[in-house]
Design a protein around this ligand. Structure first.
Ligand SMILES: C[S@@+](CC[C@H](N)C(=O)[O-])C[C@H]1O[C@@H](n2cnc3c(N)ncnc32)[C@H](O)[C@@H]1O
Length: 331
């Protein structure tokens, strides 16, 4: 069978663009599913060429859904009836519902959309629960995770790569030795509360692999003991008999202290961000009130300087004198 690189090399018609090394990684990642009746979702299809390539690459695919925010994609037509297009912003729940109308579960999801960190994270939170057991979720162009213009930076924890690094922790959740849930670990990177559908699916994340600019997240084939028991082969332990006594047993982890090494730096960052936002709001309000006060003073000055006010100066003086007399007379 032709490799993905060969299919790309021979493809004519609608354009598709991809970095060279992605073809190798995608081939290795999806190769084992080439003859399966998979359901594929690609976020960001632009000219639509990739959907045609996927149709050749996955001849037994049941459905190949593409989404794109560009309304011009609405004019794209395809001869292969397995190809479906949803035009709209994939981070919009209404668009996600339209995607789910084509297949309630997907075996392959490829995010080649906006490449903005917040979009990548929000999309993963919304769509990972739709990934079938044994499925794979690919995120392309993660180099944008280092660009400030895409909401990234080398040391930014709230980037797409920062999120995926925390997903690696989630895969190893059993070993933290702390009273901390996987959801609590990811929540500081997401503005909205994580939905139960995502939190419930977190234990199914089997692996997170990193390639140049690409992330590949695999979903487990089904419920499984995480690490399993220790398998010990052989019966001659001439150096250390320890392994023989541990045979067939699960790992006994080490409880950890809530020490400085186990404090989430983002917890403070989130608090700091909220305080900064509140400060900006108060500074803005102070400016508004100063302007309003200035306007009140100007109106007062205009009133005091007006001929009608000055005309009443005499009667006002008489009235005040009478009033004072009245007050002292009554005491
Ligand atoms: C790099 S191109 C995709 C290339 C395509 N995969 C190919 O093989 O040629 C990125 C596409 O993502 C689309 N996009 C950007 N933000 C999006 C969003 N929030 N939802 C859906 N599509 C989006 C853009 O309109 C653009 O067409």
């Amino acid at each position: 069978m032709e490799s993905l690189a060969t299919l790309y090399g021979n493809h004519r018609g609608k354009v598709s663009q991809r970095w060279e090394s992605y073809l190798t990684v995608l081939d290795r990642t999806l190769g084992e599913r080439r003859h399966d009746p998979v359901r594929l979702l690609e976020i960001g299809v632009q000219n639509g060429g990739s959907l045609e390539v996927w149709a050749s690459y996955l001849p037994e695919a049941r459905v190949l859904v593409g989404t794109d925010i560009d309304p011009r994609c609405g004019a794209l037509t395809f001869t292969d009836p397995r190809i479906r297009l949803v035009v709209g912003d994939v981070t919009d729940p209404a668009v996600q519902q339209q995607v789910a109308d084509h297949a309630d579960r997907f075996d392959v999801i490829i995010d080649d959309g906006s490449h903005r960190s917040s979009d990548i994270i929000d999309t993963f939170v919304a769509l990972y629960p739709l990934l079938e057991d044994g499925g794979v979720y690919v995120i392309e162009d993660l180099h944008c995770s280092y660009y400030a213009s895409y909401g990234g930076g080398l040391f930014t924890q709230r980037s797409a790569l920062g999120f995926l690094r925390r997903l690696v922790d989630v895969v190893n959740h059993d070993h933290w030795g702390l009273e901390r849930t996987a959801g609590q670990h990811l929540q500081p990177l997401v503005d909205q509360p994580l939905p139960p559908s995502f939190i419930d699916a977190l234990p199914t994340i089997a692996s997170v692999a990193f390639h140049d600019s690409m992330g590949v997240i695999r979903r487990d084939h089904g419920p499984r003991p995480r690490l399993g028991n220790r398998i010990v082969a052989g019966d001659v332990a001439a150096v250390d008999t320890g392994p023989l006594t541990e045979a067939g047993r699960p790992l006994v982890g080490e409880p950890q202290l809530e020490s400085a090494d186990n404090v989430d730096p983002l917890a403070h960052e989130t608090e700091l961000r909220q305080l900064r936002e509140e400060r900006a709001r108060l500074v803005h309000r102070e400016k508004e009130l100063t302007q309003e006060l200035g306007e009140v003073w100007r109106r007062l000055e205009r009133t005091l300087a007006s001929p009608s006010y000055r005309l009443m100066n005499g009667p006002r003086r008489i009235f005040r004198a009478l009033f004072r007399r009245g007050v002292s007379g009554s005491s």
